[in-house]
Design a protein around this ligand. Structure first.
Ligand code: BTN
Length: 332
């Protein structure tokens, strides 16, 4: 068996013990790693210090009894099913967006994923902050290199929102909705947000950094008081904790699949699926955008992903960017 790509010796040991689901001898691990049994033991000691419960028996070898609740490469590896496998993990960083952007500028491949357990300066849309407490949620940024014109990049954000909603919809009891452009809601409260940032010339996109924040196991008290009425988590919505690594794997597969469809055929291929999650179609909204403020009834999306509004005077209006507030009582 070969070592998983880019994995450290310690990550490989975890992956092998997990896959074996039975004791693996120190001699066998040493053979696979090309090191001594003493070196294997040192890795095991280091892994235990990181929270891995690894039992050691002189006769049988090593057994993985429990892994820490973390979203590192070793924890995610068993749940990654797509082609995106390069995961850069941080116990804490300022913002995964910043890290991913630097990696992209240094030539990181499409699909490179940056994950952090905590962010000290998590960023949201429109200059807001993204509350990012440690070890409970998902904070990740993905390097994308879509061959589209800059004007079409907002569609990437729609695709990501759809992918997140679809991954959450696989959890029994959850009925996620999307509030245009890409807030994902559960029971009318925000559970996930998407931030897309790009490096581009007028006609060419160098890269897009797709930031995804999902509240997974946050309890009510983990939110600051001003967010408690507006935000929720998967745990709050279902009443039970979620396996973060497993859900992250499912979410990344959903993102990769939908992004692939977008790159291959444009947003029009995903518009109907997106509409099926929309909580705005048919509602009266007010939209604040750089172009000013308008109110009207949402008719849906156009093939390019813009929001179509019917204004009170009957005119049709197209919104490409802005902040939407629902006027008939839906909490958004
Ligand atoms: C929003 O305002 O709805 C967008 C929130 C996006 C948050 C994510 S968390 C991972 C990535 N890193 C950041 O600093 N922000 C995004």
């Amino acid at each position: 068996m070969t070592r998983p790509g880019r994995a450290t010796p310690a990550e490989s040991i975890v992956a092998w013990l997990r896959a074996a689901n039975a004791p693996v001898s120190g001699e066998e691990l040493a053979r696979r790693l090309g090191c001594t049994r003493a070196a294997v033991w040192k890795h095991v000691v280091a892994l235990r210090a990181q929270g891995y419960d690894i039992a050691a028996s002189r006769t049988d070898g090593y057994t993985l009894a429990a892994a820490p609740d973390r979203l590192g490469p070793a924890e995610l590896a068993p749940h990654l099913t797509g082609g995106w496998r390069d995961v850069r993990w941080f116990a804490e960083t300022d913002s995964t967006q910043r890290v991913a952007r630097e990696l992209a500028r240094d030539g990181a491949a499409e699909g490179t994923i940056v994950v952090a357990e905590a962010q000290t300066a998590g960023r949201g849309r429109l200059g807001r902050t993204w509350h990012s407490p440690a070890g409970r949620n998902l904070y990740c940024s993905i390097v994308l290199r879509p061959q589209v014109v800059p004007a079409d990049v907002p569609q990437v954000a729609l695709v990501l929102g759809l992918a997140v909603a679809d991954a959450l919809a696989t959890i029994p009891g959850l009925a996620p909705r999307i509030k245009w452009p890409n807030d994902v809601l559960l029971d009318g409260r925000k559970v996930a947000g998407i931030l897309t940032e790009m490096d581009a010339e007028v006609e060419r996109v160098h890269h897009v950094i797709a930031g995804i924040g999902v509240n997974l196991n946050a309890t009510r008290s983990a939110f600051p008081p001003e967010l408690r009425a507006k935000a929720t988590s998967v745990r709050l919505a279902t009443g039970r904790p979620v396996d973060r690594a497993e859900l992250t794997g499912r979410l990344l597969a959903s993102v990769e699949a939908r992004y692939g469809r977008f790159v291959g055929g444009g947003f029009a291929r995903l518009a109907a699926e997106w509409e099926s999650y929309s909580c705005l179609t048919g509602t009266e909204v007010r939209v604040v955008s750089p172009a000013g403020e308008v109110a009207g009834r949402v008719l849906g999306l156009d093939p390019a992903g813009a929001l179509r509004l019917r204004l009170p005077d009957g005119a049709l209006h197209r919104i490409v960017a802005g902040e939407v507030t629902v006027r008939d009582g839906y909490r958004g």
